[in-house]
Design a binder for this molecule. Structure first.
Ligand SMILES: *Cc1c(COP(=O)(O)O)cnc(C)c1O
Length: 404
């Protein structure tokens, strides 16, 4: 039998930036008996989820719901809109942008990557001017799509998507805009229609507070038009069959029914409080956690205060201190998981997730685990980050929820 006794008492502190902790209310919803996915009850659920997810993405257009990880939803966005050898512009903000590029290349898409060089490039958001200049130079309109990551989960940077939209418009370029907000949705402000994004990609295990296993594509009419000409091979991911059968609330193959019960509950929680309340909560948590990191005297991975992520904070460890060794101490001694440094920044930083089902006290506890683990690893801290976070949260009370 698998040993499930790693965490003998209390809750494990899952402070990685996704999967995020799943609220009991959602776990209970998922424990309902599995229903017939061709029966009438399912159709009602399917139609409700389409309407709810449209509110979460802020779109009037269809949202594809796949039984997949976020990576699957990345692939779906590309294979439905592009053809073999198509030229796309990507912007490397960090490891997730890098992985999306790798996936696109494996599909036979010709990618061109913009970004600032070296590790420094992984400390900033998307530079929309670089995109605008490149598109202005593409007078033959050979570039078919611009792909950017909204919340770069590997670094803790949230890029300005309206600025990317403006860059494409200023260049008068017809390229599609494809945006990954796998870790941004339902935590950071996002507006699919208003920002005129053509495909928004997301997943279940971050801001939506669900276990992994659902991937999303939010579409635009222009993306649907493009999908009629796109010839990359696709079958499971194909939008056309989904679009047709989704009108009745059903899916072409078996959807993950119980995760969808969870998704319905998550939407009730998030929409019941209001997205603006959810966004403000994350902004405040981000500020509280950064006040701790600043008090420790450690650098934050994101070097530009304008694009600090409300979802996670990357903490750089001093020269000579392996961030993964610090994480290991924190995991083994205090039962708290933190995100590892990915790719270029492996061993140089760790990530604290502050998204979804957190609250002030769980964050203060997670920061305590960090502070103890950093000290045990021999890091000299300037001051107590835990004290700084307590002071911040005390001085910034959350306004009471107004229920309509
Ligand atoms: C988590 C994440 C992914 C990958 O999603 P999986 O569900 O692990 O496939 C991609 N992009 C971003 C920005 C992410 O945060």
């Amino acid at each position: 039998m698998l040993n499930l006794d790693f965490h003998p008492t209390g809750r494990h502190f899952l402070q990685i930036p996704g999967p995020s902790p799943v609220p009991d209310r959602i776990l209970r919803a998922m424990s309902l008996p599995t229903i017939d996915h061709r029966g009438p009850e399912f159709a009602a659920l399917g139609l409700k989820l389409m309407a709810d997810m449209q509110k979460i993405f802020k779109t009037k257009h269809p949202v594809m719901i796949y039984p997949s990880s976020g990576t699957g939803a990345w692939e779906a966005a590309l294979v439905n809109t592009l053809s073999p050898g198509d030229h796309v512009l990507m912007y490397e903000t960090g490891h997730f942008a890098f992985l999306w590029n790798k996936l696109a290349t494996r599909l036979g898409i010709k990618t061109e990557v913009l970004g600032l060089p070296g590790v420094e490039g992984w400390r900033h958001g998307v530079n929309a001017d670089m995109i605008e200049q490149r598109l202005k130079g593409d007078t033959s309109h050979s570039i078919k799509a611009v792909c950017v990551v909204h919340n770069e989960t590997s670094t803790g940077v949230t890029s300005d998507i309206p600025a990317v939209r403006r860059a494409i418009d200023n260049a008068k370029h017809p390229a599609l805009l494809l945006v990954d907000t796998i870790s941004g949705l339902a935590s950071a402000d996002y507006r699919h229609d208003e920002w005129r994004v053509d495909v928004t990609i997301s997943g279940s295990q971050k801001g939506l507070m669900l276990p992994p296993g659902i991937g999303f594509n939010a579409l635009s009419p222009k993306a649907i038009e493009a999908s009629k000409q796109a010839t990359l091979p696709k079958s499971f991911w194909a939008w056309d069959e989904m679009l047709e059968i989704n009108k009745t609330g059903y899916y072409p193959s078996t959807p993950n029914t119980n995760l969808m019960y969870g998704l319905s509950e998550a939407c009730d929680m998030i929409l019941g409080q209001g997205l603006d309340v959810v966004f403000k909560r994350h902004l405040r948590w981000g500020e509280g956690v950064r006040s701790a990191v600043n008090a420790w005297g450690l650098p934050i991975q994101c070097a530009d205060a304008k694009v600090y992520s409300p979802i996670l904070t990357g903490v750089m460890t001093p020269e000579g201190i392996d961030a993964d060794a610090v994480r290991k101490v924190i995991y083994e001694r205090f039962d708290c998981s933190l995100g590892t440094g990915l790719g270029k920044v492996k061993g140089r930083m760790f990530r604290i997730g502050h998204l979804g089902d957190c609250n002030d006290l769980t964050l203060i506890a997670a920061l305590s685990a960090c502070e103890m683990g950093l000290k045990l690893s021999g890091v000299k801290l300037a001051d107590s980050g835990v004290q700084a976070a307590m002071d911040f949260f005390s001085a910034h009370p959350v306004p009471p929820l107004v229920r309509s």
